[in-house]
Design a protein. Structure first.
Length: 937
DNA sequence: CTCAAAAATTCCGAAAGTATTCT
DNA sequence: CAGAATACTTTCGGAATTTTTGA
């Protein structure tokens, strides 16, 4: 164990960028030899392992293929070689027949390494053809031998161990020690653990944090004042963030608005609680009037395979049928309005509605759409011109959907123009219609249903470079929908004239309805909402599992650190992959099909996705889930660096898998051997929550609520960065940033003027305190000051003029006579004064304070306030800018154990409303009550 | 204070993942 | 066992809603 202390996994991340990456290298795909038997495999592993390592560094092609630019592959970029680049590359080599099995080749080695029989008997795609072609650059590499095992010490790799982040190493070391400690204690406690049965709210051991306690804890004492820990909290006691467990109802209500008001401070009064619809109905949220709430987290634990005993619901809501367009609204073909069969018109309308979206400019989207459109057109009888003659719709470019687009826009406007009352009525109507679908009865309890609406037809909006984007997503008929419902409960009637596709009573699943979508053949489900008990429980379990990993992580890390030197290539790859998943929080990376966007995760990384940057950095550049780019340069341990070098060795080239002996199933199977239920994704949860906790611990318990809130967000941000949660910068961002920066400058100028006022009153100050009057570098620019002064005058002018006009309008409306222009002139005299003042100011460097009884002290007080405002603004701008590409929400919703946030709120006295929106509070209500200020992940 | 416009935040839809089970 | 089927989580962008701003 101790041996591992030196090679703790660590990686230092630097420069995550979003900029365009290098142009794609000419792809040259190479197929690795096929392994034939286990023995042979092992032998091959050995050979593989002994291949040259050091030679690679200099000569290997290190280009990436991600090439084109923006974070998100924007689909309208015609020149993107990504996928295209890969296929031809393989084609070149295949020289066998064309397109069919092509791309499969890139995974050939993977597929065949597993089983001998599969390899020999397998389909052409797994052809054991060994390519002799080797990329020119690597052809003549010098050969250095690494033997397995012992002499594979780290010393033969150029290291810069000292450069590796000490801090991180330390953290991980501690983490591992803790883990081992936990493991040990866990064993000890194992015996005692047995008697978990009865609830008993034990106050227990709050002084200790890393108690191993597994399950029992979750019911432990909410907010017992027992150990008098919290003082201040006592004072505002009537809003404890934690409900007393015994209070089944009563206590639950009210409190929320109370806290909210408190939080709001200034804004309060306003609407506070009123907007809660008032329609009398369900009033959602606020704890169901009087109805008693089921707290599953206070119930004894269940095994979880049975999801319900009784289940009642009203089925699903289908989208309204298609409403044909008015006869005047038609697609034009060759400028001639076409009458389309309704089926086709609907499809055309889908496209028409999207005319101004980027999709409509994406060639793939257009192509797919048009193909489907033509087909449907053919099936339904074809388009007809005004004379009633059939017209073949052959070319997309001759289609003009503008009339449709305009029609939809007009409709939108029309809707927008409705009065508030009308809108409200409309909304209410809709809600009324949906009402019965929004809840179901699960074990007799009312639970909210999530997506009870069947997805409406439309054009498939695949993300990234999806081969099927733009295809028609068909309308779902009741016949395609299967319901899952309790036995002996009435089956909701299908829409008139229809039948359900099927009815089942499976209590081992949570869905209420399912259907198959026509684009990818994916199965869709109607499930309960996030705040339901079922979702809550599995969320809770997810986090508990991640916490459980804490006890094993040390051992796991030790193991993979060791196995990274294994002679068995598969093991070495697995260990290396585990490192990446653990340290970089990569996703597992399941295999994907040809008809999906080309995105990867850890196991599916290919040659071109990782570049070596000696001595010990790896550059990752690939598209991950949702085609979000992962681009990062990471410092890794020498062994990891070396391994990747080996995994990328010739004859591998672009298009080939880095982990060719590994897949997610193997990986997860291995992980399961450490801990039941452990899989790759748990590491993401674990590391995210762990990071959050670590960052939180750094936050000082001082300052304003706003400060703490900002600090929390900063910690949250760290987690989001770890998980690579990005968002696209909104178009308005640049502008709003500009505006904010300008605002700061304006404030700085105001500050300058205050100083100049002091100087006016006390000219000697400058000598006494030259530092104080040092020019502000940010507004040093004389031109800017002059411009700004002009702008201020302009502003004033507008203000006065507008006011004047408004007054006149009013006078006119009242039938009175308008004021003469001379009145305005007169009022605008002030501007001249201003101008003169500025002139004087610029000349003398002082400002005459206006108003009476101005003292230096008062100005100084103002100055301080001004500085505070400036500071605040600046921080705001910085945060805004830092966060422009980082999405905090995803980690908050999915990765950060909500009990950490609850703990933070209690410990730092921050109202939970600041950190959790209503839906989040609702979703995490189990956490609100089960963590106190000492809770630890 | 009120109103509308703008900006920010929150919620929602559905696509895109992971993981396990079935065939 | 590979590949398909299944079930469930995660993820983003954009719509909807709320808050802020700026008269």
């Amino acid at each position: 164990m101790s041996s591992s202390d030196d090679d703790v996994p660590l990686a230092k991340r630097s420069s995550k960028t979003n900029g365009p990456s290098s142009p794609k290298a000419k792809a040259k795909s190479v197929v690795l030899p096929t392994r034939v038997s286990k023995a042979a495999n092992a032998k091959a592993d050995k050979e593989y392992d002994e291949m040259d390592v050091d030679g690679l560094g200099k000569n290997a092609p290190q280009s990436t293929s991600i090439s084109n630019g923006p974070v998100k592959e924007s689909s309208d970029d015609p020149g993107r070689p990504k996928r295209k680049g890969r296929k031809p590359a393989i084609k070149e080599e295949t020289d066998s027949d064309s397109d069919a099995p092509l791309t499969k080749r890139r995974r050939t080695t993977n597929g065949t390494s597993k089983s001998a029989s599969a390899a020999s008997s397998a389909s052409p795609k797994a052809s054991p053809k060994v390519s002799k072609s080797v990329s020119p650059s690597s052809a003549r590499m010098p050969s250095t031998i690494i033997t397995g095992g012992t002499d594979d010490s780290d010393s033969d790799v150029p290291i810069a161990a000292s450069k590796l982040s000490k801090e991180k190493a330390q953290i991980m070391k501690e983490e591992n020690q803790l883990s081992r400690k936990l493991e040990a204690e866990d064993k000890k406690a194992a015996a005692a653990k047995k008697r978990k049965a009865t609830v008993v709210k034990k106050v227990e051991d709050s002084e200790d944090s890393d108690v191993p306690l597994a399950k029992g804890k979750r019911r432990a004492a909410p907010a017992k004042k027992a150990n008098g820990v919290k003082k201040e909290e006592e004072s505002d006691d009537d809003t404890p963030l934690v409900k007393r467990p015994r209070a089944t109802k009563a206590a639950t209500v009210k409190k929320e608005p109370a806290v909210k008001k408190e939080t709001k401070g200034k804004g309060r009064a306003k609407k506070s609680e009123t907007p809660a619809t008032t329609n009398g109905e369900a009033d959602e949220g606020e704890e169901e009037e009087g109805e008693e709430e089921y707290k599953w987290w206070e119930q004894p634990e269940t095994d979880g395979t049975i999801k319900w005993t009784t289940l009642e619901h009203n089925g699903v809501l289908f989208p309204p049928p298609y409403e044909p367009l008015p006869s005047g609204v038609k697609m034009l073909y060759n400028r001639v309005p076409m009458t389309l069969p309704v089926e086709a018109e609907e499809i055309a309308g889908f496209f028409g509605a999207m005319l101004e979206t980027p999709h409509a400019k994406n060639p793939k989207f257009v192509e797919n759409f048009f193909k489907d459109f033509q087909e449907i057109l053919k099936e339904s009888g074809g388009a007809r011109n005004p004379e009633g003659k059939k017209v073949a719709i052959k070319e997309f470019s001759k289609c003009d959907f503008a009339p449709m687009f305009n029609y939809f826009e007009a409709k939108k406007l029309e809707k927008k123009a409705l009065s508030t009352a009308e809108k409200k009525a409309l909304k209410q109507e809709k809600e009324e219609a949906e009402k019965k679908y929004t809840y179901c009865l699960l074990d007799g309890r009312k639970e909210k249903v999530g997506n009870f609406r069947i997805e409406p037809p439309g054009l498939f909006r695949g993300r990234g470079d999806h081969p099927k984007t733009g295809k028609v997503k068909k309308r779902v008929l009741p016949e395609q929908v299967t319901l899952n419902i309790g036995e002996n409960t009435p089956v909701p009637p299908p829409p008139p004239g229809h039948q359900w596709g099927g009815i089942q009573h499976d209590d081992k699943v949570t869905w209420l309805a399912t259907w198959k979508e026509n684009i990818n053949g994916n199965i869709k489900y109607v499930m309960l909402a996030a705040n339901s008990s079922l979702k809550g429980m599995s969320d809770f379990k997810k986090f508990e599992k991640a916490r459980e990993l804490k006890k094993h992580i040390g051992r796991i890390r030790d193991d993979y650190t060791k196995e990274m030197r294994s002679i068995v290539m598969a093991d070495r790859q697995r260990a290396t992959a585990m490192y990446l998943i653990d340290v970089l929080a990569l996703r597992a990376g399941n295999e994907k099909g040809e008809d999906e966007a080309d995105t990867v995760g850890c196991c599916s990384l290919r040659f071109e996705h990782v570049t070596l940057e000696p001595p010990n950095k790896l550059v990752f550049d690939f598209l991950g889930k949702d085609s979000i780019r992962y681009h990062d340069t990471v410092e890794v341990t020498p062994q990891v660096f070396k391994n990747i070098k080996i995994f990328k060795k010739a004859p591998k080239g672009p298009g080939d898998m880095i982990f060719d002996r590994l897949n997610t199933t193997d990986l997860n199977e291995h992980l399961r051997s450490y801990m039941p239920g452990l899989s790759a994704k748990v590491f993401r949860t674990y590391n995210a929550s762990f990071t959050m906790q670590r960052e939180m611990k750094k936050i000082p318990n001082e300052g304003s609520v706003h400060d703490k809130y900002a600090a929390y967000n900063e910690a949250n941000r760290m987690v989001a960065i770890l998980c690579n949660h990005q968002r696209t910068v909104s178009t308005s961002h640049e502008a709003s940033l500009q505006k904010a920066t300008e605002k700061i400058k304006a404030l700085r100028y105001q500050k300058l003027r205050l100083k100049r006022q002091i100087l006016f009153l006390d000219p000697k100050r400058k000598k006494k305190d030259p530092d104080f009057f040092k020019p502000d570098p940010d507004i040093d620019d004389e031109d800017w000051v002059k411009e700004h002064q002009k702008a201020l005058i302009e502003q004033e002018r507008e203000k006065i003029t507008k006011k004047f006009e408004k007054e006149n309008e009013k006078l006119a409306a009242d039938g009175d006579k308008e004021q003469k222009a001379s009145v305005l002139e007169e009022r605008l005299e002030v501007l001249k004064e201003m101008e003169a003042d500025f002139k004087k100011e610029n000349k003398t460097g002082t400002v005459e304070p206006k108003g009476r009884a101005v003292t230096v002290e008062k100005i100084e007080a103002n100055l301080e306030k001004m500085e505070e405002r400036i500071r605040k603004q600046e921080i705001e701008v910085k945060v805004k800018d830092d966060n422009k590409t980082v999405a905090l929400g995803t980690s908050k919703i999915n990765y950060i154990d909500p009990r950490l946030t609850v703990m933070f709120c209690k410990k730092y006295n921050v109202p939970i409303e600041k950190l959790f929106t209503k839906t989040l509070r609702d979703k995490f209500k189990w956490a609100l009550e089960s963590a106190d200020e000492n809770w630890e992940f």
